[in-house]
Design a binder for this molecule. Structure first.
Ligand code: ADP
Ligand code: ADP
Ligand code: MG
Length: 457
């Protein structure tokens, strides 16, 4: 392959995932770590480890110049950005190319166009991908008020540059609009350096359904089926599954086709995900956004299709043609992922950093754990609290649920609190088991979980 040494510009479980994929392809790895991450699983596994800066991510994992300089000094030929951090930074991707480094991801132009939700919406419209009723950029709270009258309440305010659930607000009445608009815009300006806002009709009974795309440099674009990521807290995903339950074959196929159409028409290259919101009352789907990177929940797609998405990213970046075509993609069985965070569910999901004193992960046929955790690992307080992802692959949904129940019950972690007790409560809930849920469901379950625990103790 045309890539022989990769610089891994990330941390946590995704750094481990990328290093393992490289090893399997006999590619060497250099991991850039912050001073707080020298004793990590990624640092143990990488061929070489270089400190790129202090704990604060703006000085390390987001420090473009330090990363570029280190990748060049260690003679890497490519950079894998993982997710988060610099993965959707078009300027960083451009700087990589300018310095003769392959950015393992889409083109800077792909990232730029999809990074702005307003531009992404206008592209979707151009290619006849359905959009929820919404607005152009809103320049003031007054303009938002006028527009909301036409769209109809409830509406959803969104930051054009938003991501990770930030800069989003539901507004159900005009008197609440001004404060929501200003709050969300300020949040987006602080988080993304861009406070531009727009609105969409708020879909109350919705599912989040997204399509995994793979596209090479030779014009081949395929999809690997869809994932349901409706179980969210604060617009952040917690449990995901593939295939998505409760969709008609026709709707599922239309969603796949729309995703491929969009990717093809924008000349997309690499792995990417097109997200949709499905209005379950109208059986209609609408484009949400495209994530131009590997997604946290990619393993469930790998489980049901047998395709290694990170290996494909590497092959595509090396200029190779996709080695599978659409007809060869088969979805087999059912896969579920639970995100395990070092958080205290009983204390408002507050982060719970600290040293892991006991670590006994479940294992067995059909069980996969993507994690950087180990006994003795100190989970630092500076970063995302994701500690790992537990993935099961069963013959059908019921089978996968039973496997997940057992796997969660068999996972022993001490020293930090985790979301495992909450996940155990969620996956046996009748509504979830029978497929009677939407994007608002998990928030309600979080409330009943708290009540149930109060009764128990
Ligand atoms: P998914 O979980 O589907 O992969 P998310 O949107 O939840 O996608 O984002 C994954 C990670 O990337 C999270 O850690 C999130 O905080 C981070 N992230 C997403 N968008 C941005 C952004 N625009 N800027 C910075 N971080 C982001
Ligand atoms: P982010 O970039 O933060 O991931 P998204 O546009 O993907 O933002 O939306 C995040 C989540 O917000 C979705 O998964 C969904 O749960 C909810 N959401 C987004 N748009 C709508 C809408 N129009 N109606 C109802 N819920 C929505
Ligand atoms: Mg999203």
């Amino acid at each position: 392959m045309g890539i022989s040494r990769v610089f891994v510009a990330n941390r946590g479980e995704i750094a481990v995932r990328v290093i393992r994929a490289c090893k399997a392809l006999s590619i060497e790895t250099v991991l850039g770590v912050s001073s707080a991450d020298r004793e990590t699983m990624g640092a143990r596994l990488a061929d070489k480890v270089v400190c790129i800066g202090p704990a604060r991510s703006t000085d390390s994992y987001l420090n473009r110049q330090a990363i570029l300089a280190t990748a060049l000094a260690t003679e890497c030929d490519a950079i894998h950005p993982g997710y988060g951090f610099l993965s959707e930074d078009a300027e960083f991707a451009r700087l990589c190319h300018e310095n003769g480094l392959i950015f393992i991801g889409p083109t800077p132009e792909n990232i730029r166009r999809m990074g702005n939700k307003l531009e992404a919406r206008s592209l979707a419209k151009e290619f006849n991908v359905p959009l929820a009723e919404g607005s152009a950029r809103l320049y003031s709270a007054d303009e938002a008020l006028e527009t909301a009258e036409q769209v109809g309440y409830p509406i959803l305010l969104k930051a054009a540059a938003g991501g990770g659930g930030r800069g989003i607000r539901v507004v159900d009445a005009p008197e609440k609009l001004k404060a929501a608009f200003e709050g969300a815009s300020a949040e987006a300006a602080a988080a993304f350096g861009d406070g531009a806002m727009f609105m969409e009709r708020y879909i109350g009974n919705a599912r989040h359904v997204e399509v995994q795309i793979l596209a090479d440099n030779h014009g081949n674009v395929i999809h690997l089926g869809e994932r349901d990521c409706s179980l969210q807290r604060r617009y952040q995903k917690m449990v995901e599954e593939s295939p998505a339950p409760g969709l008609s074959d026709k709707l599922r196929q239309q969603i796949h086709e729309s995703a491929v159409t969009l990717a093809k028409n924008i000349g997309y290259v690499s792995a990417g995900t097109v997200e949709f919101i499905v209005d379950m009352d109208r059986s209609q789907f609408y484009f949400l956004e495209m994530n131009t990177r590997v997604q946290v929940e990619h393993p469930i797609t790998e489980a049901v299709t047998g395709v290694d998405i990170v290996a494909q990213q590497l092959r595509i970046a090396a200029g190779e043609k996709l080695d599978i075509n659409q007809g060869e993609v088969k979805v087999e069985g059912h896969s579920i992922e639970c995100r395990i965070n070092a958080e205290a569910p009983l204390r408002g999901f507050q982060p719970s950093p600290g040293r892991i004193s006991r670590w006994r992960p479940p294992s067995g046929s059909g069980i996969r754990l993507d994690s950087h955790g180990f006994e003795g690992y100190f989970m630092p307080p500076y970063y995302d609290s994701l500690l790992g992802k537990l993935i099961v692959h069963g013959k059908d949904r019921q089978d996968a649920l039973a496997m997940m129940e057992q796997a969660l019950a068999g996972f022993e972690i001490e020293g930090v609190e985790t979301t495992i007790p909450f996940l155990q409560y969620v996956i046996v809930n009748d509504d979830f088991v029978t497929g009677n849920f939407n994007t608002r469901w998990l928030e309600k379950v979080a409330t009943t979980f708290l009540e149930s625990q109060a009764v128990d103790s």
